[in-house]
Design a protein around this ligand. Structure first.
Ligand SMILES: [Zn+2]
Length: 229
């Protein structure tokens, strides 16, 4: 008998019986809809895939869910890529607020597209971060193109991971600074935001340097940390 067809004995505890009932219900639902998946037999993975339905695969998940990212940075970057951050532009569309001017420059719109990195305020921060990382990029339109450019510049895996961690930190801290401006009616100096990004990244990447890290990558990371201090 397959393990998934196992029926709990009468003496089994209530919790165990409940789990088995759900499992069997789920298996029956899957096998009842198997025509959708062809002849695939039931496995937990096949059942889970069926339950999730068709998922859109996005190329930027390598950047947003990069293992070197700080989790709270990844979360905000993920919302930003989906344009789900509660910007004034979004609230304006749903009739919650009456203006959608950018809180930093008052020229553009308070939208994901403008905040990251079309706004002159965030462009200043981005410039300083690029100088810190010792890279040159001619113009950056938005996050959708920026992460690709950064990925192309850093060919080695470790450095690519660091660059993606910096990019997510950039998005997180610009968003945090934007919220600070909203609640305190005062714009932080770009230099302060840059320092926060550098501090976060340095403490993160220092702990990522281990025996598996080659000498070139180790030197590059050490130089990055030294330039920040
Ligand atoms: Zn702006």
């Amino acid at each position: 008998m397959d393990w998934w067809a196992y029926e709990p004995p009468a003496s089994a505890s209530w919790g165990w019986k409940a789990i088995c009932r759900v499992k069997n219900k789920f298996r029956n639902a899957y096998t009842g809809n198997r025509w959708q998946n062809g002849d695939k037999g039931y496995t937990i993975k096949a059942g889970y895939d069926w339950l999730q339905g068709q998922q859109l695969r996005v190329p930027w998940h390598y950047w947003v869910w990069n293992s070197l990212n700080i989790p709270k940075h990844s979360f905000i970057a993920w919302l930003a890529m989906l344009e789900r951050l509660k910007t004034k532009e979004r609230l304006f569309k749903s009739g919650v607020c009456t203006d959608k001017a950018c809180l930093f420059c008052d020229v553009g719109e308070d939208s994901c597209l403008h905040i990251f990195f079309r706004c002159s305020y965030s462009a200043t921060i981005c410039d300083q971060i690029l100088r810190w990382m010792n890279i040159k990029i001619a113009g950056y339109e938005n996050m959708f193109t920026t992460w690709k450019k950064w990925g192309r510049i850093f060919r080695r895996k470790k450095l690519q991971k660091v660059s993606y961690a910096v990019l997510t930190a950039l998005v997180y801290h610009i968003w945090k600074s934007r919220n600070h401006t909203l609640w305190n009616a005062a714009v932080q100096y770009p230099r302060c935001v840059v320092e926060h990004i550098q501090r976060d990244i340095c403490s993160r990447i220092k702990s990522s340097v281990d025996i598996h890290c080659n000498i070139e990558d180790r030197n590059w990371i050490n130089e990055l940390v030294i330039r920040c201090s």
